[in-house]
Design a protein around this ligand. Structure first.
Ligand code: GTP
Ligand code: SPV
Ligand code: MN
Length: 580
Protein backbone atom coordinates (compact mmCIF):
# COMPACT_ATOMS: atom_id res chain seq x y z
CA UNK A 1 0.00 0.00 0.00
CA UNK A 2 1.61 3.25 -1.06
CA UNK A 3 0.40 6.25 0.89
CA UNK A 4 0.33 9.74 -0.56
CA UNK A 5 2.86 12.19 0.79
CA UNK A 6 0.13 14.61 1.87
CA UNK A 7 -1.51 11.84 3.90
CA UNK A 8 1.82 10.83 5.45
CA UNK A 9 2.61 14.41 6.34
CA UNK A 10 -0.77 14.89 8.00
CA UNK A 11 -0.45 11.67 10.02
CA UNK A 12 3.04 12.72 11.15
CA UNK A 13 1.61 16.04 12.35
CA UNK A 14 -1.12 14.22 14.28
CA UNK A 15 1.55 12.04 15.91
CA UNK A 16 3.66 15.08 16.78
CA UNK A 17 0.67 16.52 18.66
CA UNK A 18 -0.61 13.36 20.38
CA UNK A 19 2.77 11.58 20.91
CA UNK A 20 1.83 7.91 20.44
CA UNK A 21 4.46 5.21 21.09
CA UNK A 22 4.03 3.99 17.52
CA UNK A 23 1.91 4.49 14.42
CA UNK A 24 0.30 1.56 12.60
CA UNK A 25 -1.13 2.00 9.10
CA UNK A 26 -4.26 -0.13 8.67
CA UNK A 27 -4.69 -2.31 5.58
CA UNK A 28 -8.29 -3.39 6.24
CA UNK A 29 -7.43 -7.11 6.04
CA UNK A 30 -9.22 -9.87 7.91
CA UNK A 31 -5.94 -10.71 9.66
CA UNK A 32 -5.79 -7.15 10.95
CA UNK A 33 -9.41 -7.31 12.18
CA UNK A 34 -8.75 -10.65 13.90
CA UNK A 35 -5.64 -9.25 15.65
CA UNK A 36 -7.62 -6.25 16.90
CA UNK A 37 -10.37 -8.52 18.25
CA UNK A 38 -7.78 -10.75 19.97
CA UNK A 39 -6.13 -7.74 21.61
CA UNK A 40 -9.48 -6.36 22.78
CA UNK A 41 -10.58 -9.76 24.17
CA UNK A 42 -7.30 -9.91 26.07
CA UNK A 43 -7.61 -6.46 27.65
CA UNK A 44 -11.36 -6.70 28.29
CA UNK A 45 -12.45 -4.03 25.77
CA UNK A 46 -14.55 -6.81 24.23
CA UNK A 47 -16.31 -9.73 25.90
CA UNK A 48 -16.86 -12.92 23.91
CA UNK A 49 -20.47 -13.97 23.24
CA UNK A 50 -21.89 -17.47 22.86
CA UNK A 51 -19.75 -19.04 20.12
CA UNK A 52 -22.40 -21.52 19.11
CA UNK A 53 -25.42 -19.20 18.80
CA UNK A 54 -23.55 -15.91 18.05
CA UNK A 55 -20.30 -16.93 16.30
CA UNK A 56 -17.65 -14.17 16.09
CA UNK A 57 -19.87 -11.77 18.02
CA UNK A 58 -18.61 -9.56 20.84
CA UNK A 59 -19.91 -7.19 23.47
CA UNK A 60 -18.36 -3.80 24.15
CA UNK A 61 -19.36 -1.65 27.13
CA UNK A 62 -18.61 2.01 26.65
CA UNK A 63 -17.97 4.45 29.49
CA UNK A 64 -21.34 5.16 31.19
CA UNK A 65 -21.02 8.88 30.43
CA UNK A 66 -20.24 8.15 26.77
CA UNK A 67 -23.28 6.40 25.31
CA UNK A 68 -24.65 8.70 22.57
CA UNK A 69 -23.76 11.65 20.37
CA UNK A 70 -23.20 14.83 22.38
CA UNK A 71 -24.59 17.62 20.21
CA UNK A 72 -23.81 20.36 22.72
CA UNK A 73 -20.10 19.51 22.30
CA UNK A 74 -20.26 19.34 18.49
CA UNK A 75 -19.11 22.43 16.55
CA UNK A 76 -18.82 23.70 13.01
CA UNK A 77 -15.60 25.73 12.96
CA UNK A 78 -15.99 27.71 9.76
CA UNK A 79 -14.05 30.96 9.55
CA UNK A 80 -17.28 32.99 9.52
CA UNK A 81 -19.94 32.33 12.17
CA UNK A 82 -22.69 33.00 9.64
CA UNK A 83 -21.47 30.11 7.53
CA UNK A 84 -22.27 27.71 10.38
CA UNK A 85 -25.68 29.35 10.75
CA UNK A 86 -28.06 29.71 13.68
CA UNK A 87 -28.73 25.97 14.12
CA UNK A 88 -25.10 24.91 14.63
CA UNK A 89 -22.70 25.47 17.51
CA UNK A 90 -19.82 27.54 16.19
CA UNK A 91 -16.29 28.16 17.39
CA UNK A 92 -13.59 30.15 15.59
CA UNK A 93 -11.02 27.74 14.08
CA UNK A 94 -8.08 29.12 16.06
CA UNK A 95 -9.96 29.01 19.35
CA UNK A 96 -11.21 25.48 18.62
CA UNK A 97 -7.70 24.25 17.88
CA UNK A 98 -6.26 25.91 20.96
CA UNK A 99 -8.92 24.38 23.19
CA UNK A 100 -8.98 20.86 21.73
CA UNK A 101 -5.21 21.00 21.19
CA UNK A 102 -4.87 21.21 24.95
CA UNK A 103 -6.82 17.97 25.34
CA UNK A 104 -5.00 16.27 22.46
CA UNK A 105 -1.44 17.24 23.36
CA UNK A 106 0.33 14.03 24.40
CA UNK A 107 -3.06 12.26 24.60
CA UNK A 108 -1.70 9.09 22.93
CA UNK A 109 1.41 8.75 25.12
CA UNK A 110 2.09 5.08 25.76
CA UNK A 111 -0.48 4.04 23.18
CA UNK A 112 -0.61 3.01 19.54
CA UNK A 113 -1.98 5.38 16.95
CA UNK A 114 -3.81 3.69 14.08
CA UNK A 115 -3.90 5.49 10.73
CA UNK A 116 -6.95 4.35 8.78
CA UNK A 117 -7.34 5.15 5.07
CA UNK A 118 -11.04 4.58 4.32
CA UNK A 119 -13.34 4.92 1.38
CA UNK A 120 -16.93 6.15 1.75
CA UNK A 121 -18.94 4.62 -1.09
CA UNK A 122 -18.44 1.72 -3.48
CA UNK A 123 -15.06 1.13 -5.10
CA UNK A 124 -14.88 2.62 -8.58
CA UNK A 125 -17.64 5.17 -8.06
CA UNK A 126 -17.17 8.83 -8.98
CA UNK A 127 -19.45 9.58 -6.04
CA UNK A 128 -17.21 7.91 -3.44
CA UNK A 129 -14.83 9.93 -1.26
CA UNK A 130 -11.72 9.17 0.80
CA UNK A 131 -10.93 9.86 4.42
CA UNK A 132 -7.82 9.29 6.51
CA UNK A 133 -8.44 9.13 10.22
CA UNK A 134 -6.12 8.44 13.10
CA UNK A 135 -7.31 7.04 16.42
CA UNK A 136 -6.01 5.49 19.62
CA UNK A 137 -9.11 3.29 20.02
CA UNK A 138 -8.97 -0.30 18.76
CA UNK A 139 -12.77 -0.44 19.06
CA UNK A 140 -12.98 2.46 16.61
CA UNK A 141 -10.57 0.75 14.20
CA UNK A 142 -12.58 -2.50 14.26
CA UNK A 143 -15.81 -0.54 13.82
CA UNK A 144 -14.32 1.37 10.85
CA UNK A 145 -13.47 -2.03 9.31
CA UNK A 146 -17.15 -2.95 9.44
CA UNK A 147 -18.60 0.46 8.55
CA UNK A 148 -16.26 1.63 5.75
CA UNK A 149 -13.90 0.21 3.14
CA UNK A 150 -10.44 0.33 4.73
CA UNK A 151 -7.02 0.03 3.08
CA UNK A 152 -5.54 0.31 -0.38
CA UNK A 153 -8.99 0.64 -2.00
CA UNK A 154 -9.16 4.05 -0.32
CA UNK A 155 -5.68 5.18 -1.37
CA UNK A 156 -6.37 4.10 -4.95
CA UNK A 157 -9.59 6.14 -5.02
CA UNK A 158 -7.86 9.46 -4.26
CA UNK A 159 -8.14 11.86 -7.20
CA UNK A 160 -5.19 13.93 -6.00
CA UNK A 161 -2.42 13.63 -3.44
CA UNK A 162 -4.43 15.65 -0.91
CA UNK A 163 -7.90 14.37 -1.88
CA UNK A 164 -9.04 13.21 1.56
CA UNK A 165 -10.91 14.32 4.64
CA UNK A 166 -8.50 14.25 7.57
CA UNK A 167 -9.80 13.03 10.92
CA UNK A 168 -7.97 13.14 14.23
CA UNK A 169 -9.60 11.10 17.01
CA UNK A 170 -8.44 10.37 20.53
CA UNK A 171 -10.30 8.92 23.48
CA UNK A 172 -8.60 11.53 25.65
CA UNK A 173 -9.79 10.88 29.18
CA UNK A 174 -13.41 10.19 28.06
CA UNK A 175 -14.63 13.00 30.26
CA UNK A 176 -17.50 15.10 28.86
CA UNK A 177 -15.72 18.14 30.32
CA UNK A 178 -12.83 17.56 27.94
CA UNK A 179 -14.80 16.35 24.93
CA UNK A 180 -15.13 18.23 21.64
CA UNK A 181 -16.27 17.14 18.18
CA UNK A 182 -14.96 19.79 15.78
CA UNK A 183 -15.42 20.25 12.04
CA UNK A 184 -13.32 22.58 9.90
CA UNK A 185 -15.11 22.61 6.52
CA UNK A 186 -12.60 24.94 4.83
CA UNK A 187 -9.72 22.64 5.82
CA UNK A 188 -11.61 19.35 5.23
CA UNK A 189 -10.60 18.46 8.77
CA UNK A 190 -12.21 16.77 11.80
CA UNK A 191 -10.92 16.79 15.38
CA UNK A 192 -12.71 14.60 17.91
CA UNK A 193 -11.53 14.08 21.46
CA UNK A 194 -13.03 12.65 24.64
CA UNK A 195 -15.55 10.14 23.28
CA UNK A 196 -15.30 6.58 21.96
CA UNK A 197 -18.95 6.24 20.98
CA UNK A 198 -20.72 6.04 17.63
CA UNK A 199 -21.08 9.21 15.63
CA UNK A 200 -18.68 11.05 17.95
CA UNK A 201 -15.83 8.63 17.22
CA UNK A 202 -16.41 6.70 13.98
CA UNK A 203 -15.45 9.77 12.00
CA UNK A 204 -16.47 8.35 8.61
CA UNK A 205 -20.11 8.46 9.61
CA UNK A 206 -21.66 11.73 10.83
CA UNK A 207 -18.53 13.91 10.88
CA UNK A 208 -17.35 13.03 7.37
CA UNK A 209 -20.29 11.55 5.44
CA UNK A 210 -22.77 14.15 6.69
CA UNK A 211 -21.26 17.32 8.19
CA UNK A 212 -18.21 17.77 5.97
CA UNK A 213 -19.77 15.97 2.99
CA UNK A 214 -22.83 18.24 3.08
CA UNK A 215 -20.56 21.27 2.80
CA UNK A 216 -18.53 19.60 0.04
CA UNK A 217 -21.75 18.52 -1.71
CA UNK A 218 -22.94 22.11 -1.81
CA UNK A 219 -19.71 23.22 -3.50
CA UNK A 220 -19.70 20.30 -5.93
CA UNK A 221 -23.45 20.21 -6.67
CA UNK A 222 -24.67 17.04 -4.97
CA UNK A 223 -26.53 16.11 -1.76
CA UNK A 224 -25.31 14.36 1.41
CA UNK A 225 -28.32 13.32 3.47
CA UNK A 226 -29.35 11.46 6.64
CA UNK A 227 -31.34 9.01 4.55
CA UNK A 228 -31.99 5.32 4.11
CA UNK A 229 -32.12 3.94 0.56
CA UNK A 230 -34.35 1.06 -0.47
CA UNK A 231 -35.79 -0.62 -3.54
CA UNK A 232 -39.50 -1.46 -3.45
CA UNK A 233 -40.31 -4.46 -5.64
CA UNK A 234 -43.90 -4.96 -6.82
CA UNK A 235 -45.52 -8.33 -7.64
CA UNK A 236 -44.44 -7.93 -11.31
CA UNK A 237 -40.80 -7.65 -10.22
CA UNK A 238 -40.42 -3.92 -11.00
CA UNK A 239 -38.20 -2.11 -8.47
CA UNK A 240 -38.75 1.55 -7.50
CA UNK A 241 -35.97 3.13 -5.42
CA UNK A 242 -36.73 5.60 -2.67
CA UNK A 243 -34.56 7.48 -0.16
CA UNK A 244 -35.89 8.63 3.18
CA UNK A 245 -34.71 11.06 5.85
CA UNK A 246 -35.75 10.39 9.44
CA UNK A 247 -34.15 11.66 12.65
CA UNK A 248 -31.93 9.40 14.75
CA UNK A 249 -33.68 6.31 16.16
CA UNK A 250 -36.85 7.06 14.18
CA UNK A 251 -37.18 4.17 11.78
CA UNK A 252 -34.60 4.30 8.96
CA UNK A 253 -32.99 0.92 9.71
CA UNK A 254 -36.40 -0.66 10.19
CA UNK A 255 -37.83 0.70 6.94
CA UNK A 256 -34.67 -0.04 4.96
CA UNK A 257 -35.00 -3.78 5.62
CA UNK A 258 -38.76 -4.07 6.07
CA UNK A 259 -40.43 -7.40 5.36
CA UNK A 260 -43.70 -6.65 3.63
CA UNK A 261 -47.08 -7.64 5.01
CA UNK A 262 -48.42 -7.33 1.46
CA UNK A 263 -48.10 -10.50 -0.61
CA UNK A 264 -45.84 -10.07 -3.64
CA UNK A 265 -44.23 -6.86 -2.43
CA UNK A 266 -40.70 -6.78 -1.04
CA UNK A 267 -37.96 -4.37 -0.05
CA UNK A 268 -34.31 -4.41 -1.09
CA UNK A 269 -31.92 -2.65 1.28
CA UNK A 270 -29.31 -0.28 -0.18
CA UNK A 271 -28.50 1.77 2.95
CA UNK A 272 -29.92 2.51 6.39
CA UNK A 273 -28.47 5.86 7.47
CA UNK A 274 -26.75 8.00 4.84
CA UNK A 275 -27.37 8.71 1.15
CA UNK A 276 -25.08 10.62 -1.19
CA UNK A 277 -27.13 11.70 -4.19
CA UNK A 278 -26.25 13.38 -7.45
CA UNK A 279 -28.00 14.29 -10.66
CA UNK A 280 -26.63 12.25 -13.56
CA UNK A 281 -26.10 13.39 -17.16
CA UNK A 282 -29.70 12.48 -18.05
CA UNK A 283 -31.16 14.51 -15.18
CA UNK A 284 -31.88 11.46 -13.02
CA UNK A 285 -31.26 11.61 -9.27
CA UNK A 286 -29.02 8.69 -8.20
CA UNK A 287 -27.96 7.58 -4.74
CA UNK A 288 -25.11 5.62 -3.24
CA UNK A 289 -24.76 4.40 0.32
CA UNK A 290 -21.37 5.73 1.48
CA UNK A 291 -21.25 3.16 4.28
CA UNK A 292 -20.37 -0.53 4.23
CA UNK A 293 -22.10 -1.60 7.43
CA UNK A 294 -24.94 -0.84 9.80
CA UNK A 295 -24.56 0.79 13.21
CA UNK A 296 -28.14 0.13 14.22
CA UNK A 297 -30.32 0.68 17.30
CA UNK A 298 -30.73 -2.62 19.22
CA UNK A 299 -33.78 -1.95 21.45
CA UNK A 300 -37.05 -3.06 19.87
CA UNK A 301 -35.24 -4.97 17.12
CA UNK A 302 -36.98 -8.35 17.20
CA UNK A 303 -37.98 -11.23 14.95
CA UNK A 304 -41.43 -9.62 14.92
CA UNK A 305 -40.49 -5.99 14.19
CA UNK A 306 -37.36 -6.50 12.08
CA UNK A 307 -36.66 -10.15 11.19
CA UNK A 308 -33.91 -9.21 8.72
CA UNK A 309 -32.27 -7.13 11.45
CA UNK A 310 -32.24 -9.96 13.98
CA UNK A 311 -31.05 -12.48 11.36
CA UNK A 312 -28.09 -10.34 10.25
CA UNK A 313 -26.66 -9.87 13.76
CA UNK A 314 -26.34 -13.60 14.55
CA UNK A 315 -22.68 -13.66 13.49
CA UNK A 316 -19.66 -11.36 13.00
CA UNK A 317 -21.31 -8.52 14.95
CA UNK A 318 -20.02 -6.14 17.60
CA UNK A 319 -22.72 -5.21 20.12
CA UNK A 320 -22.29 -2.11 22.25
CA UNK A 321 -24.05 -1.53 25.58
CA UNK A 322 -26.60 -4.35 25.26
CA UNK A 323 -27.44 -6.68 28.17
CA UNK A 324 -26.04 -10.20 28.53
CA UNK A 325 -27.95 -13.41 29.31
CA UNK A 326 -26.51 -16.20 31.49
CA UNK A 327 -25.81 -18.17 28.29
CA UNK A 328 -23.71 -15.25 27.00
CA UNK A 329 -26.20 -14.10 24.41
CA UNK A 330 -26.90 -10.40 23.79
CA UNK A 331 -30.29 -9.12 24.92
CA UNK A 332 -32.20 -5.85 24.77
CA UNK A 333 -35.67 -4.60 25.57
CA UNK A 334 -38.14 -5.82 22.94
CA UNK A 335 -35.95 -8.67 21.60
CA UNK A 336 -38.10 -11.34 23.25
CA UNK A 337 -41.58 -11.03 24.79
CA UNK A 338 -40.26 -12.27 28.14
CA UNK A 339 -37.25 -10.93 29.98
CA UNK A 340 -34.74 -13.76 30.53
CA UNK A 341 -33.75 -14.30 34.16
CA UNK A 342 -30.21 -13.70 35.36
CA UNK A 343 -29.52 -10.77 33.03
CA UNK A 344 -26.36 -8.67 33.33
CA UNK A 345 -27.12 -5.04 32.42
CA UNK A 346 -25.21 -2.85 29.96
CA UNK A 347 -22.85 -1.71 32.70
CA UNK A 348 -22.01 -5.27 33.76
CA UNK A 349 -24.18 -5.34 36.88
CA UNK A 350 -26.78 -8.01 37.73
CA UNK A 351 -30.06 -6.59 36.46
CA UNK A 352 -33.09 -6.24 38.77
CA UNK A 353 -36.63 -5.67 37.50
CA UNK A 354 -37.51 -2.04 38.12
CA UNK A 355 -33.91 -0.84 37.93
CA UNK A 356 -34.29 0.71 34.46
CA UNK A 357 -33.58 -0.84 31.09
CA UNK A 358 -31.11 -3.73 30.98
CA UNK A 359 -29.73 -2.60 27.63
CA UNK A 360 -28.94 1.08 27.17
CA UNK A 361 -31.75 2.71 25.08
CA UNK A 362 -29.06 3.73 22.54
CA UNK A 363 -27.32 0.33 22.55
CA UNK A 364 -26.35 -0.71 19.05
CA UNK A 365 -25.05 -3.46 16.77
CA UNK A 366 -22.27 -3.00 14.21
CA UNK A 367 -22.37 -5.39 11.28
CA UNK A 368 -21.31 -5.70 7.66
CA UNK A 369 -24.19 -4.71 5.35
CA UNK A 370 -23.71 -7.81 3.21
CA UNK A 371 -25.06 -9.89 6.11
CA UNK A 372 -28.51 -8.35 5.69
CA UNK A 373 -30.83 -10.93 4.06
CA UNK A 374 -32.58 -8.17 2.10
CA UNK A 375 -29.41 -6.46 0.84
CA UNK A 376 -29.98 -5.22 -2.70
CA UNK A 377 -27.97 -6.82 -5.52
CA UNK A 378 -27.24 -3.19 -6.58
CA UNK A 379 -26.10 -1.87 -3.22
CA UNK A 380 -22.50 -1.42 -4.36
CA UNK A 381 -23.28 -0.27 -7.90
CA UNK A 382 -20.76 2.51 -8.65
CA UNK A 383 -23.50 4.43 -10.54
CA UNK A 384 -25.83 4.33 -7.54
CA UNK A 385 -29.54 3.54 -7.82
CA UNK A 386 -32.10 5.83 -9.53
CA UNK A 387 -34.31 7.57 -6.97
CA UNK A 388 -38.02 8.04 -7.83
CA UNK A 389 -39.30 9.25 -4.47
CA UNK A 390 -38.00 10.96 -1.35
CA UNK A 391 -39.47 10.59 2.11
CA UNK A 392 -39.24 12.95 5.08
CA UNK A 393 -40.37 11.17 8.25
CA UNK A 394 -40.34 12.12 11.89
CA UNK A 395 -41.60 11.10 15.29
CA UNK A 396 -44.70 13.12 16.23
CA UNK A 397 -47.44 11.91 18.61
CA UNK A 398 -49.83 14.52 17.20
CA UNK A 399 -50.62 16.85 14.29
CA UNK A 400 -48.69 15.15 11.46
CA UNK A 401 -50.65 12.67 9.29
CA UNK A 402 -49.39 9.16 8.51
CA UNK A 403 -48.51 10.14 4.94
CA UNK A 404 -48.96 12.97 2.47
CA UNK A 405 -47.29 14.15 -0.71
CA UNK A 406 -45.84 17.54 -1.59
CA UNK A 407 -47.39 19.41 -4.54
CA UNK A 408 -44.05 19.67 -6.36
CA UNK A 409 -40.30 19.81 -5.72
CA UNK A 410 -40.28 23.23 -4.06
CA UNK A 411 -43.24 22.38 -1.86
CA UNK A 412 -41.62 19.05 -0.95
CA UNK A 413 -38.46 20.89 0.07
CA UNK A 414 -40.67 23.12 2.23
CA UNK A 415 -42.22 20.02 3.86
CA UNK A 416 -38.72 18.76 4.66
CA UNK A 417 -37.67 22.13 6.04
CA UNK A 418 -40.80 22.15 8.21
CA UNK A 419 -40.01 18.89 10.01
CA UNK A 420 -39.98 18.68 13.76
CA UNK A 421 -39.55 15.56 15.87
CA UNK A 422 -39.54 14.15 19.38
CA UNK A 423 -35.97 13.54 20.58
CA UNK A 424 -34.65 10.01 21.20
CA UNK A 425 -31.87 8.30 23.19
CA UNK A 426 -29.52 8.63 20.21
CA UNK A 427 -28.59 12.06 21.56
CA UNK A 428 -27.42 12.86 25.08
CA UNK A 429 -30.19 14.90 26.70
CA UNK A 430 -33.92 14.70 27.29
CA UNK A 431 -35.97 12.15 25.34
CA UNK A 432 -39.39 12.99 23.86
CA UNK A 433 -38.94 16.76 23.55
CA UNK A 434 -40.31 18.23 20.30
CA UNK A 435 -37.64 20.10 18.39
CA UNK A 436 -37.26 21.46 14.90
CA UNK A 437 -35.33 19.04 12.68
CA UNK A 438 -35.42 20.09 9.02
CA UNK A 439 -34.80 17.10 6.77
CA UNK A 440 -33.52 15.17 9.84
CA UNK A 441 -30.31 17.18 9.36
CA UNK A 442 -30.36 19.53 12.35
CA UNK A 443 -27.40 17.74 13.99
CA UNK A 444 -25.64 17.00 10.70
CA UNK A 445 -25.73 19.99 8.37
CA UNK A 446 -22.16 21.27 8.07
CA UNK A 447 -23.09 24.81 6.96
CA UNK A 448 -25.82 27.43 7.28
CA UNK A 449 -29.13 25.61 7.06
CA UNK A 450 -30.75 28.46 5.11
CA UNK A 451 -28.11 27.89 2.41
CA UNK A 452 -28.84 24.17 2.67
CA UNK A 453 -32.52 24.84 1.85
CA UNK A 454 -31.39 26.99 -1.08
CA UNK A 455 -29.13 24.18 -2.30
CA UNK A 456 -32.05 21.74 -2.23
CA UNK A 457 -34.24 24.22 -4.12
CA UNK A 458 -31.51 24.73 -6.71
CA UNK A 459 -31.31 20.97 -7.29
CA UNK A 460 -34.93 20.81 -8.50
CA UNK A 461 -34.47 22.48 -11.90
CA UNK A 462 -31.54 20.14 -12.67
CA UNK A 463 -33.84 17.12 -12.49
CA UNK A 464 -35.52 15.82 -15.64
CA UNK A 465 -38.06 13.89 -13.52
CA UNK A 466 -37.98 15.32 -9.99
CA UNK A 467 -38.72 12.58 -7.45
CA UNK A 468 -42.04 12.94 -5.67
CA UNK A 469 -41.56 14.07 -2.10
CA UNK A 470 -43.56 12.48 0.72
CA UNK A 471 -43.92 13.25 4.43
CA UNK A 472 -44.58 10.33 6.81
CA UNK A 473 -45.22 9.86 10.52
CA UNK A 474 -45.44 6.31 11.91
CA UNK A 475 -45.70 7.66 15.46
CA UNK A 476 -49.08 9.46 15.73
CA UNK A 477 -51.01 8.38 18.81
CA UNK A 478 -54.68 8.15 19.80
CA UNK A 479 -56.29 9.70 22.88
CA UNK A 480 -55.11 6.69 24.95
CA UNK A 481 -51.52 7.19 23.86
CA UNK A 482 -51.48 4.12 21.58
CA UNK A 483 -49.89 4.26 18.12
CA UNK A 484 -52.61 4.77 15.48
CA UNK A 485 -50.62 2.95 12.84
CA UNK A 486 -49.07 -0.52 13.44
CA UNK A 487 -45.89 0.39 11.56
CA UNK A 488 -43.03 -1.95 10.68
CA UNK A 489 -44.13 -4.56 8.06
CA UNK A 490 -47.36 -2.60 7.49
CA UNK A 491 -45.35 0.41 6.31
CA UNK A 492 -45.10 -1.40 2.98
CA UNK A 493 -48.73 -0.34 2.42
CA UNK A 494 -47.59 3.28 2.52
CA UNK A 495 -44.65 2.51 0.23
CA UNK A 496 -47.05 0.85 -2.19
CA UNK A 497 -49.19 4.01 -2.36
CA UNK A 498 -46.04 6.05 -3.02
CA UNK A 499 -45.04 3.74 -5.88
CA UNK A 500 -48.55 4.10 -7.32
CA UNK A 501 -48.30 7.89 -7.03
CA UNK A 502 -44.95 7.80 -8.85
CA UNK A 503 -46.61 5.78 -11.62
CA UNK A 504 -49.61 8.09 -11.72
CA UNK A 505 -52.16 5.48 -10.62
CA UNK A 506 -52.45 6.20 -6.87
CA UNK A 507 -55.52 8.17 -5.84
CA UNK A 508 -55.20 11.21 -3.58
CA UNK A 509 -57.14 14.14 -2.16
CA UNK A 510 -55.80 17.66 -2.10
CA UNK A 511 -55.46 19.35 1.32
CA UNK A 512 -53.67 22.57 2.37
CA UNK A 513 -50.54 20.55 3.25
CA UNK A 514 -50.41 18.34 0.17
CA UNK A 515 -51.99 15.20 -1.28
CA UNK A 516 -53.37 12.71 1.24
CA UNK A 517 -54.43 9.16 0.21
CA UNK A 518 -58.04 9.20 -1.00
CA UNK A 519 -60.46 6.94 0.91
CA UNK A 520 -59.63 3.37 -0.11
CA UNK A 521 -56.38 4.36 -1.85
CA UNK A 522 -54.16 2.84 0.86
CA UNK A 523 -54.21 -0.94 0.55
CA UNK A 524 -55.81 -2.11 3.84
CA UNK A 525 -56.52 -5.72 2.79
CA UNK A 526 -55.93 -7.88 5.88
CA UNK A 527 -54.98 -4.89 8.04
CA UNK A 528 -56.27 -4.77 11.63
CA UNK A 529 -56.77 -0.99 11.61
CA UNK A 530 -60.38 0.25 11.69
CA UNK A 531 -61.53 2.82 9.12
CA UNK A 532 -61.99 5.30 11.99
CA UNK A 533 -58.40 4.76 13.16
CA UNK A 534 -57.10 5.22 9.63
CA UNK A 535 -59.09 8.43 9.20
CA UNK A 536 -57.60 9.68 12.47
CA UNK A 537 -54.08 8.69 11.34
CA UNK A 538 -54.56 10.67 8.10
CA UNK A 539 -56.43 13.63 9.62
CA UNK A 540 -55.17 17.16 9.00
CA UNK A 541 -56.51 19.63 11.57
CA UNK A 542 -56.53 23.35 10.70
CA UNK A 543 -56.19 24.56 14.31
CA UNK A 544 -53.29 22.24 15.11
CA UNK A 545 -51.58 23.11 11.85
CA UNK A 546 -51.88 26.85 12.25
CA UNK A 547 -50.27 26.61 15.70
CA UNK A 548 -47.50 24.43 14.27
CA UNK A 549 -46.95 26.87 11.40
CA UNK A 550 -46.60 29.75 13.89
CA UNK A 551 -43.81 27.88 15.61
CA UNK A 552 -42.23 27.11 12.24
CA UNK A 553 -42.42 30.78 11.25
CA UNK A 554 -40.52 31.75 14.40
CA UNK A 555 -37.86 29.16 13.67
CA UNK A 556 -37.48 30.47 10.10
CA UNK A 557 -37.08 34.03 11.41
CA UNK A 558 -33.81 32.91 13.00
CA UNK A 559 -32.31 32.63 9.51
CA UNK A 560 -33.01 36.27 8.70
CA UNK A 561 -32.72 37.32 5.06
CA UNK A 562 -30.77 34.15 4.20
CA UNK A 563 -34.01 32.11 4.27
CA UNK A 564 -34.95 31.34 0.64
CA UNK A 565 -38.05 33.20 -0.56
CA UNK A 566 -39.60 29.96 -1.81
CA UNK A 567 -39.65 28.54 1.74
CA UNK A 568 -41.27 31.67 3.18
CA UNK A 569 -43.77 31.67 0.30
CA UNK A 570 -44.77 28.04 0.88
CA UNK A 571 -45.32 28.78 4.56
CA UNK A 572 -47.51 31.80 3.79
CA UNK A 573 -49.47 29.87 1.14
CA UNK A 574 -50.17 27.02 3.58
CA UNK A 575 -51.42 29.46 6.21
CA UNK A 576 -53.69 31.08 3.63
CA UNK A 577 -55.14 27.74 2.56
CA UNK A 578 -56.03 27.08 6.19
CA UNK A 579 -57.89 30.40 6.17
CA UNK A 580 -55.37 32.44 8.17
P1 GTP B 1 -30.25 6.05 13.60
O1 GTP B 1 -29.41 4.84 13.38
O2 GTP B 1 -30.11 6.59 15.00
O3 GTP B 1 -30.05 7.14 12.59
O4 GTP B 1 -31.78 5.60 13.61
P2 GTP B 1 -32.83 4.94 12.60
O5 GTP B 1 -33.65 6.02 11.98
O6 GTP B 1 -32.18 3.96 11.70
O7 GTP B 1 -33.77 4.22 13.63
P3 GTP B 1 -34.33 2.74 13.75
O8 GTP B 1 -34.94 2.19 12.50
O9 GTP B 1 -33.28 1.90 14.37
O10 GTP B 1 -35.53 2.99 14.77
C1 GTP B 1 -35.37 2.91 16.12
C2 GTP B 1 -36.64 3.08 16.88
O11 GTP B 1 -37.78 3.40 16.10
C3 GTP B 1 -36.98 1.81 17.63
O12 GTP B 1 -37.44 2.15 18.91
C4 GTP B 1 -38.07 1.22 16.79
O13 GTP B 1 -38.85 0.33 17.49
C5 GTP B 1 -38.82 2.46 16.32
N1 GTP B 1 -39.56 2.22 15.07
C6 GTP B 1 -39.04 1.98 13.85
N2 GTP B 1 -40.01 1.80 12.92
C7 GTP B 1 -41.18 1.95 13.58
C8 GTP B 1 -42.55 1.92 13.16
O14 GTP B 1 -42.89 1.69 12.01
N3 GTP B 1 -43.49 2.16 14.13
C9 GTP B 1 -43.14 2.41 15.43
N4 GTP B 1 -44.11 2.64 16.31
N5 GTP B 1 -41.87 2.44 15.86
C10 GTP B 1 -40.90 2.22 14.94
C1 SPV C 1 -27.61 8.70 14.70
O1 SPV C 1 -27.56 9.15 15.87
O2 SPV C 1 -28.28 9.25 13.80
C2 SPV C 1 -26.87 7.47 14.37
C3 SPV C 1 -26.00 6.88 15.39
O3 SPV C 1 -26.98 7.00 13.25
S1 SPV C 1 -24.46 7.69 15.52
O4 SPV C 1 -23.54 7.04 14.59
O5 SPV C 1 -23.99 7.53 16.89
O6 SPV C 1 -24.60 9.08 15.19
MN1 MN D 1 -28.31 8.20 11.94
Amino acid sequence: MSISSAAEKWVDEAAALTKPTRTVWCDGSKAEYDRLIEDMLRDGTLLPLNERTYPNCYLHRSHPSDVARTEQLTYICSREKDDAGPTNNWMAPAEAKAKAGGYLKGAMKGRTMYAIPYLMGPAGSDMSRVGIMVTDSQYVVASMHLMTRVGSVAIQSMRRDDDFIAGLHSLGDLSPERRLILHFPEEKLIWSVGSGYGGNALLGKKCHALRLASAQAREEGWLAEHMLILGVEDPEGRVTYVAGAMPSASGKTNLAMVISSLPGWRAWTVGDDIAWMHVDATGQLRAINPERGFFGVAPNTSPKTNPNGTAMVRSNTIFTNVALTPSKEPWWEGLTPDVPSGLIDWQGRPWQPGSGPAAHPNSRFTVDASQCPSISPNWEDPQGVPISALIFGSRRSAVIPLVFEGFDWNHGVFLGSAMSTETTAAITGKVGVVRRDPMAMIPFCGYNMADYFAHWLATGPKLARPPKIFRVNWFRRDADGKFLWPGYSENMRVLKWMVERVRGTGRAEETPIGYVPAPGALDTEGLSVTPAQLREALRCDAGEWLAALDDLGQFFQGFGPRLPASIAKSLAATRRKFGA
